[in-house]
Design a binder for this molecule. Structure first.
Ligand code: GUN
Length: 285
């Protein structure tokens, strides 16, 4: 083991402390920041994620509103709920937990959220703003990854950055944020031929594919910063990332663990985005 560990849990804790101060200032000035979280259906994993988000709000002094809807909810019913939250001035951020049940089109729901309250940054207006280099809300996971890179002292400018995964939630916005920070960015995906040829060139490697331990030590450039966005179960049912930690940590310079890496950072950046939304609504940013 030679790599240094990028401790997302510790970094997230310090970000939450900063958020608590911002929330207190805003509340004292008459606007308590508010986040509405909408959970549709009974997925145990989604229920855990949502509970964490609600607890984070409580710790930080952000008012939270949990809207639980049954798995049989129609798209029209969910859209009506989103519109109600759009119109509520005490709600500054709206998060609809994904995935949604099959009868509901996710993008339709995302586009119904007021872009000024879209703390996920998934609305096409926010995706477009990021694309042209004027982000309003940075999607939480890639935003958290950028904070981790800063924390590791990464020289992003001019670096070779390789993102494995091209989702709207992580891969694409991650590429945009790295590009904005002057990295040379390659996006790899399931149809990439010779993935290892790309990853071995990476000074910064972000793995966001959703396949357990698929990035192995032999695919990593010695000394690289490796950030693991994956959240999978291994053959024994144990939580693991997209990176094979045992072999990768022999080669990388820095590596983020799973759990305790990107996950807590994603949650912390949701608080940051909620504060940004509330500060803008209060005319304070
Ligand atoms: N499900 C998994 N990750 C996310 C996320 O970042 N935002 C939302 N809304 N749902 C998710």
């Amino acid at each position: 083991m030679s790599a240094r560990i990028l401790d997302g849990a510790a970094l997230a804790k310090s970000i939450r402390a900063g958020c608590a101060e911002r929330a207190a200032t805003l509340t004292a000035a008459g606007t308590q920041p508010g986040l509405a979280v909408v959970l549709v259906g009974d997925s145990p994993a989604s229920a855990v994620y949502v509970r964490h988000k609600i607890n984070d709000c409580a710790e930080t002094g952000i008012r939270s509103l949990l809207e639980r809807l049954p798995a049989t909810t129609t798209e029209a019913e969910l859209l009506a709920k989103v519109r109600e939250l759009n119109a509520d001035p005490t709600v500054h951020g709206i998060l609809v937990q994904l995935p949604l049940p099959a009868q509901i089109r996710e993008q339709t729901v995302i586009e119904a959220i007021d872009p000024t309250k879209d703390v996920d940054g998934f609305h096409r207006m926010n995706a477009g703003a990021l694309m042209v280099g004027q982000p309003q809300f940075r999607p939480c996971t890639p935003y958290g990854v950028m904070k981790m890179l800063d924390h590791a002292g990464a020289m992003i400018r001019g670096a070779e950055a390789v993102v494995v995964g091209r989702s709207n939630i992580v891969g694409k916005p991650q590429a945009m944020l790295l590009l904005q920070a002057d990295a040379t960015v390659t996006v790899c995906h399931s149809r990439t031929t010779d993935l290892a040829a790309h990853t071995r060139r990476a000074d910064i490697l972000v793995a966001a594919v959703g396949r357990a331990k698929m990035i192995t030590g032999d695919m990593i450039k010695p000394g690289a910063i490796v950030i693991d966005v994956g959240m999978n179960r291994d053959e024994n049912g144990k939580l693991c990332g997209d990176v094979d930690f045992a072999s990768a940590s022999e080669v990388a310079g820095w590596i983020s663990p799973v759990p305790g890496g990107v996950g807590p950072m994603t949650r912390a950046m949701l608080l940051v985005n909620t504060l940004e939304a509330a500060e803008r609504a209060a005319g304070r940013s």
